[in-house]
Design a protein. Structure first.
Length: 259
């Protein structure tokens, strides 16, 4: 019995044992007792995770894959959850315990998985997985890069991001039309923000919506004082600002005296 890859779920099953083992080895397995694999499919990565000294849980939206996993990984059967990770309240599994995330993520929801991880960052000290190569590169890119953007800044505000290796289309069934990239996120020791979180997210998102403009122009909706707009930071474009500079910018906006 095997599972048919479903286009609407963005399924591309990994067929290379070496790469599966390499992805499983990308987590440190330190500082948490649980690992959640998202979208395990037929369990190519799962079987290497089960060799680790940790408790593996898998979440899978495809009923056919769920049946396959329960039939073929009997020691995992009670930890296979037929749920949509993006909509599921994960505290039903872990309560307030820490857990790592890993997976060969469907391209169509991979960025949403990262945003949900950021929401759950108090519980997720480590994360690794496979993305479309350009998305993985964007998440890990630094200021000054053309692909540096919202996803880069928001992720790196809380996590150290590292691009690990590239995976060619040939090792998947069916093969995607593009390369994939595996990355690892390790939560920073101090991952609290020095500014209001909602304001920080708003500043970053607004700035990059018009990435070719200087911040003086792209942040007009904030109704900043003339005094603040005179600051040299507003001469820059968003891609020139590091994560720390964005935090600094948010602090300036927070303290802006508009009177």
């Amino acid at each position: 019995m095997s599972v048919r890859a479903k286009k609407h779920l963005g399924q591309h099953f990994l067929t290379d044992e070496t790469i599966a083992e390499k992805i499983a080895d990308s987590l440190s397995f330190n500082g948490y007792k649980h690992v959640l694999e998202i979208g395990p499919g037929m369990g190519m990565l799962t079987k290497y995770l089960l060799k680790k000294d940790t408790k593996i849980h898998v979440i899978e939206i495809d009923p056919e894959s769920v049946d396959f996993l329960k039939a073929n990984y009997l020691n995992l059967a009670d930890r296979v959850y037929e749920k949509d990770f993006l909509k599921y309240d994960i505290t039903e599994i872990f309560n307030d315990e820490s857990f790592a995330i890993i997976g060969n993520f469907p391209y169509n929801i991979s960025t949403q998985i990262v945003f949900k991880t950021l929401e759950l960052r108090d519980q997720i000290p480590e994360f690794s997985g496979m993305f479309q190569k350009e998305v993985a590169a964007r998440i890990c890119s630094k200021e000054g890069s053309k692909v540096y953007g919202i996803l880069s800044v928001l992720t790196q505000a809380f996590y150290d991001a590292e691009y690990l290796f590239t995976v060619p289309p040939i090792v998947f069934n069916p093969p995607p039309k593009i390369d994939s990239g595996v990355l690892r996120l390790k939560r920073k020791e101090d991952f609290s923000l020095s500014v209001d979180e909602k304001l920080f997210f708003r500043v970053v998102k607004t700035a990059f919506q018009q990435r070719r403009k200087t911040l003086r122009n792209s942040l007009k909706t904030f109704n900043l004082s003339d005094n603040l707009k005179a600051n040299v930071i507003f001469d820059k474009r968003p891609e020139q600002l590091s994560v720390d500079s964005f935090l600094e910018l948010t602090q300036l906006i927070e303290n802006d005296d508009k009177d």
